[in-house]
Design a protein around this ligand. Structure first.
Ligand code: PSU
Ligand code: MN
Length: 305
């Protein structure tokens, strides 16, 4: 049985050994409101193409795991209500039951591995939530990074998460956390978190080289790249802090738990910033798509040294 079905474009890129960048679909269904989610999904694919790689948006559609969606499929997903949010725990169950679902970072990494894609661009990863010592809310994304060999380009961990604890778990799990072009770990809407990243690299070639070397050395798992949001799109951390605290308090009041937490917080912060959080989110995802395309090119040896 074929475990993943590539689009014609992705199949061609795979057979030619062309650079490919995986993209997730939970950011479309649960991370951003319609219609911006659709515009961003299209824009990010265009950014990957403009940067010389082929985009492969992952999703489960009617029981089939797909790598690369056509425009009508992207639109249907962006408009759909109540689409399942799939992580490691439920991706196989969704396929087995013939369902439709969007892939989180963890599930997109699994899909990428199955398709033979090594690089993945997203906005932010899931991590250790604030108050995790009571809620035990730690995203499966972290454990996926420890076992699935995909380099994930994100803008760091969102301030809705406990960044020091997220970094501790990644260290325990043996995941390289690499800030791109700076020493500080980026914090999603802000370029700096005030915490030094464990590693720093300044070129896509270095990131590709360490990805390849880990594979050759038999070290399982991927790499997390923290790519800082472009300067002109940054939102000041001090402006966001009370908004995040409010969103968190609202989540508690409404008894939001499990996989509902992250989508709830993202939506609430969008409302409380009058949409400014989304504008920043879009700029950083596009920036990550471009860097991921560069890494993908180095991985397949297409880029100049
Ligand atoms: N963080 C964001 N935007 C997102 C997500 C996280 O800034 O869209 C999504 C990603 O799909 C990520 C998932 O994998 O949320 C994490 O969910 P959880 O915390 O339930 O593991
Ligand atoms: Mn969670």
């Amino acid at each position: 049985m074929t475990l993943i079905t590539p689009s014609a474009e992705v199949a061609k890129a795979l057979s030619e050994g062309a650079p490919i960048v995986a993209l997730e679909s939970t950011i479309i269904t649960h991370g951003m409101p319609y219609p911006q989610n659709l515009e961003v999904a299209r824009q990010v694919e265009a950014d990957v193409r403009a940067a010389g790689a082929v985009p492969a948006t992952m999703a489960v559609l009617n029981g089939t795991l797909r790598a690369g969606l056509d425009d009508a499929e992207l639109e249907a997903l962006a408009k759909a209500k109540g689409v399942a949010k799939l992580s490691r725990a439920d991706i196989a169950a969704c396929i087995a039951m013939g369902g439709t679902g969007a892939t989180t970072v963890a599930a997109t990494m699994i899909a990428a591995r199955l398709a033979g894609v090594h690089v993945f661009a997203t906005g932010g990863i899931g991590g250790v939530h604030k108050g995790a010592e009571l809620s035990f809310d730690i995203s499966a994304d972290l454990m996926e990074l420890a076992q699935t060999p995909v380099t994930v380009v994100a803008a760091g961990a969102k301030a809705i998460l406990d960044i020091p604890k997220t970094l501790e778990v990644l260290e325990t799990q043996g995941v390289p956390v690499i800030a791109y072009g700076q020493d500080d770990m980026p914090a999603f809407w802000s370029r700096e978190s005030g915490i030094s990243a464990p590693l720093r690299m300044d070129t896509a070639a270095q990131i590709a080289a360490s990805h390849r070397l880990r594979g050759e050395m038999g070290i399982p798992g991927g790499q997390l790249i923290g790519n800082p949001i472009p300067q002109d799109a940054e939102i000041d951390a001090a402006t966001l802090a009370p908004i995040i605290a409010r969103a968190q308090a609202d989540a508690q009041t409404h008894g939001i738990t499990g996989k509902g937490v992250t989508p709830y917080l993202l939506q609430r912060i969008f409302e409380l910033t009058d949409g400014k959080s989304l504008t920043a989110n879009i700029a950083l995802v596009r920036n990550n798509a471009r860097l991921a395309a560069g890494i993908a090119q180095h991985l397949v040896g297409h880029a100049a040294k």
